[in-house]
Design a binder for this molecule. Sequence first.
Ligand code: NAD
Length: 499
Amino acid sequence: MQELTHYVNGVHIKGTSNRFGDVLNPATGEVQGKCPLSTTAEVETAIEIAAAAQPAWASVNPQRRSRVMMKFVDLLNRDMQKLAEVLSREHGKTLPDAAGDVQRGLEVVEFCMGAPHHLKGEFTDSAGPGIDMYSMKQPLGVCAGITPFNFPAMIPMWMFAPAIVCGNAFILKPSERNPSVPLMLAELLEEAGLPKGILQVINGDKEAVDAILHNQTVQSVSFVGSTPIAEYIYATGCANGKRVQCFGGAKNHMIIMPDADLDQAADALVGSGYGAAGERCMAISVAVPVGDETADKLIEKLIPRVEALKIGPYTSGDDVDFGPVITAASKANIENLVQTGIDQGASLVVDGRGFKLQGYEDGFFVGAHLFDNVTTDMDIYKKEIFGPVLSTVRAKTYEEAIQMAIDHEYGNGTSIFTRDGDTARDFSNRINIGMVGVNVPIPVPLAYHTFGGWKKSMFGDLNQHGPDAFKFFTRTKTITSRWPSGIKEGGEFSIPVME
Ligand code: NAD
């Protein structure tokens, strides 16, 4: 069995804690690796190395820093298949989906190539007699990121690419469930020309996270994961004086209007509800058809589509729609919630319980489930299931449907399917959710826009990637500079006003 490492100052090092997390192959249930869980001292050493390396990197001009990103994109493309394969083996998602995970991160790296433009400051010539005023965007110093299991390539790249191109050093604490791809990314970025110590990967659990949160050198913390941990990291990071952005869980609604193309809506629901076994923060987990006639027709179209979904290991290539979930605990949690749904009175119209795959009996496969007649007081409506379970909540009117999404505590993504521009426009304007799709089921913004939810799906002020990333990873300094000429007039004692 492989013992994984940390990546510190350009070398792979073994952990010293003698504590390990299991890295599983979710398709077979086998433990395929041991992930070292770092001590506070190990984290602190990496932070000291980062702090020592960062000033020289910050003084490299932005164009040259961008060129490292350009080269990194080449290397990601070169190694795409290898990265996707390792990612699928540790996560369970299909190979095309794993390549998409890498690709979406790569697109953020492409956006970061434009750093010289985004880092340009502002300048006012002659703000007063002989006075120029200008603003600079300076890196923060040492930044840190804590990432979830479900996008082990994309989410680390969301964070470290903009942080590093802005001139910071970055400590990445990836999910202990699938640390191999993050380690490979750090190696690749050094192959692309990044100096040692600027991107380090520290594997670990709460101890490592707490060491980051309480370290005075770390200037910012970026987090993506579940809401309770997001709230904890936001509160603790802010209390320790850091700049913090935390992205949490989700319960994404799709409203299906009576005038929608129901075949399109059903296809969209199946892809977004069950893709990656529902382990996406932008998965649609609640379908809200408006009117009983719409609901009946939609369910009729959904049932054969859901029953036809092919579930299997990533080694089956393009032949499967989704793979296993991440752990046995996650599988048990999903199954318990399904049982709660039945107990609380929802109709299970596609029953995926007891799904078994020959030859993979120990894998964490969960069959596709479809619920009808779910109500807003049920646990399967209120909680994030993070599995292949789609709940249908029937609404009588558009107003009832939009209010449902407004009232839910999560606010990551949502979508409306309609042929009516007026309804779509009203929905987009009134909804209190960060990312909205109109006839688009997974409205994940591209790299040059920003990604972020509202309500309990996001804590902080600035989103991931896009222009917000350059704001999050820099500090503005404004200089007022006077080069007096001619007669010196002596001191001024009232507050200066520039006329
Ligand atoms: P998680 O919260 O269990 O773990 C995320 C990270 O936090 C990991 O690195 C983990 O080691 C660390 N962590 C776990 N427990 C901790 C603790 N007690 N103290 C400090 N750190 C701790 O999340 P997960 O299961 O890896 O990921 C799934 C969750 O992430 C889902 O809720 C999903 O919706 C969410 N997610 C959100 C977004 C988004 O952009 N909003 C994107 C992807 C995933």
